[in-house]
Design a protein around this ligand. Structure first.
Ligand SMILES: [Zn+2]
Length: 108
């Protein structure tokens, strides 16, 4: 019987298994999402926004920074479509794209 305490820990392989590759090169992450549309993955006891974790797995450090999408697909976790910017960069980018400002992107 599967009990909560028997659920195995997610690892990087589990993350990759949830990726759906689209013809435009985006790697859409299949998971639950919050009201802002971001998809999540539990890793090392923490719920990560999938795209932030993708950057971490790519060897970059998203701590204290915003992870922005060059493709505007918030489900995308393709490291090549993700760039790390400051909150200000993200805001400028958002304004440029006429999107609503997204808060809560900064990792503490
Ligand atoms: Zn993409």
């Amino acid at each position: 019987m599967a009990k909560a305490y028997n659920i195995k820990r997610n690892n990087r392989k589990d993350f990759i298994k949830r990726i759906k590759i689209l013809s435009n090169g985006c790697h859409e992450f299949q998971s639950w999402q919050d009201r802002d549309g971001y998809r999540f993955f539990r890793y090392q006891g923490k719920d990560w926004r999938a795209h932030q974790l993708a950057v971490l797995f790519d060897g970059r450090n998203p701590t204290g920074k915003c992870v922005c999408h060059s493709c505007d697909n918030v489900w995308c976790v393709n490291p090549q479509h993700l760039w790390i910017g400051t909150n200000q960069d993200n805001r400028t980018d958002s304004v440029r794209k006429k999107e609503q400002e997204v808060d809560g992107l900064i990792l503490l």
